[in-house]
Design a protein around this ligand. Sequence first.
Ligand SMILES: Cc1cc2nc3c(=O)[nH]c(=O)nc-3n(C[C@H](O)[C@H](O)[C@H](O)COP(=O)(O)O)c2cc1C
Ligand code: SF4
Length: 724
Amino acid sequence: MRSRLLNVPLPRLHRFRGQAIIIGSESLASRAPGRNAARDTGLDPAAARLLHRDTHPKGRPMADSTHALDQHALLFQPYRLAGQTLKNRLAALPLFTGYAYTDGHVSPLLLEHYWRLAGSGAGLVVVGNVAVAPDGVTAPNNLRLDKDEFVPGLARLARVLRDAGAVSCAQLNHAGRFARTEAPLMPAPMDATHLAFDMTSLKAFMESFPLEERFGLTWMVMRKAASWQAGMSREQRQDVIRAFAQAAARAVAAGFDMVELHGATGYLLTQFLSAYTNRPATGGSLPLAKRAAFPLDVFRAVRSAVPPGYPVGFRLLVREWTPDGVDLPEALEFAALLEQEGAAYVSASAGTYNSIFNPAIRRLTARPGYLRQECAALKARVGLPVVTAGKILTPPLAERILQAGEADLIGLGRPLLADPDWLRKAQTGAKVNACIDCYACLRRIVRDQGLNCVRRPPKEQKRVDLEYALQGRQTYKTLIVLASAEDAGRLRELWSGRVPARVHDAATVLFLHPEGGDVALAQARDDLRRWCQEQWRDHGLEPERLRFEDRTLRGAADDLVLREAEAGNFGVVLLCRQEGEAWRERVLLRRDRITGLLGENPGQGRVLVPFDFSPASLLVLRYVSRAWPGDLTFLHVLENGPREAEKQWREAKELTGLDEDTPLAVVARRRGPAQDLLDEVVRGGFDAVVMGRRGQGGLRRLLLGSVSAAVLRGLTKQTLILVA
Ligand SMILES: Cc1cc2nc3c(=O)[nH]c(=O)nc-3n(C[C@H](O)[C@H](O)[C@H](O)COP(=O)(O)O)c2cc1C
Ligand code: SF4
């Protein structure tokens, strides 16, 4: 359908026009042949298409080079690891991403990340840091496996890895004293000396952050240290052991090929193993056998929770680099104990948050392949397969390590983040985009900014940031507020167009009942519930992601809705328009994040998306392209030249994953942004407007933004969704 908008009659811009495209997951997925991962797993199809073009092996031409590793290189040889065949000897090491939703569920960003990682061609991909208990998370957006409800999401993740040809492994973790909880668990009480073993280390840690953030960080770590008051009770230890075992069973149920226990980075298992953090209350020190008891108990419990022969690996701290901390001789002894217990492999790691920022340690770890000797010592001591780590920057170095028999698998953490084409470049000899050891990725994690790498192309970095920002708005959790039978009908109409709960989404339908009840509303509620159950079943959606709640209305309805939205941490709140009921508009006025009023035709209509190239409107674009049904028309009120608009639109489409032929309609600015927009809504017969909050001034405008306030005033029957 041709845009009915008044377009500026400029020849270049005519190229934006053409067929309007209905953007929704089904339609995009079906237009992306061969991308089954997108269709079957809930991987965002727009992102899948974008990644497919950018980085997937099948999408990339191979370059010839004289420096290529030949096809007989050990790196490319298949490897049998505990009954599983890896297509080569490259392992993607676990890297915490912070990409899970803040309730621990798998998100599209996370699927996308691992899909890309598996697309690198690595034989084994380890999913980093999956928490076994809510009090074991390192951040709110830590993947979790402490309840069955997490299994379907993890199953999707395992399928994404399998589809890309990788053997999948879930790394199970409890963060112990580093967990984001008011009452962290640890083997023994600790004090401020456990923040860092010396001032140089703490100073270096702080100095790696911008000045303005150091005060907040210092406060955070001091607060943390103040909570390290008591060691774990016997019951607490038993609980954690059980939690590991149950999480392992869930990983099996989710379809992972193996699990790995996180015994590094200074988390709980390391805290027990290390004499630096596991000290008897009476003073002195504990022998290794005593310190090893808890991690070994966990290991045994996990083994008995998984089927016989199911591989259980161990991320092993080979050097802690703290006084009394784990050093190589103890790590070797512990590896031998793990071998006796039937470990599938050990994966070497070094340093904890106490030591890795220390300047002397930074010099040590600046050397490419800095764990070669330790891995060679492990190979000499145990018969277990050994995965190496530590700045294996180039394919020739990887090959030398394998040829020298210093490790069985080459583990890449940051090098693969910096360059997902690392393995293909090994084949072709093209120059690897090497990690520069700047630790910007780690600093982002510490600051809850989500994993990203300064070596990735700027557009890719921006895209991840955009997605992360959108995810931070909890778009996957929607609260729909219904206060009349008519409201219920309107929701039904919206969902008849397209059941919104894509595999990730959770929706709560909140019924506001008047005191004394409303027969029509009660009936509508029951009907809607039945209808929704059928819809969810027909679409194969998880029924537990849809909830029905009831509240009796006492006091101001907008207060109640805002309280509910806050308490449930809902990203999106939707209400229906209703003339004469000002509280509904007040919710829109008072709330930021994503809030909307559903108009007369909420289901199938034509949707106008004003777009001004600001970061806020990029967010809107990303939101609608993945979450909003209908026939979308993107509109730009022209302020700069048309060439500039064309260029920026192209970039915006790349960033947000919109189809490259998605048209942008433009109108010349005439009566101001709000009025021009309203004119187009009327002229184009639009049913809905989805836009960012823009502009300041005046109390109402301060809350809502001047343009959005004017648009709200000007629309009477259309749906209006505001994204902030
Ligand atoms: C941002 C970041 C996150 C990490 N997250 C994890 C993790 O979740 N689990 C783990 O065992 N190691 C983690 N590590 C350690 C890496 O797996 C790896 O051992 C380390 O980065 C050194 O190897 P590399 O030079 O190949 O990156 C992390 C490292 C970084 C930089
Ligand atoms: S951000 Fe820096 S340290 Fe991290 S992977 Fe990229 S280049 Fe390496």
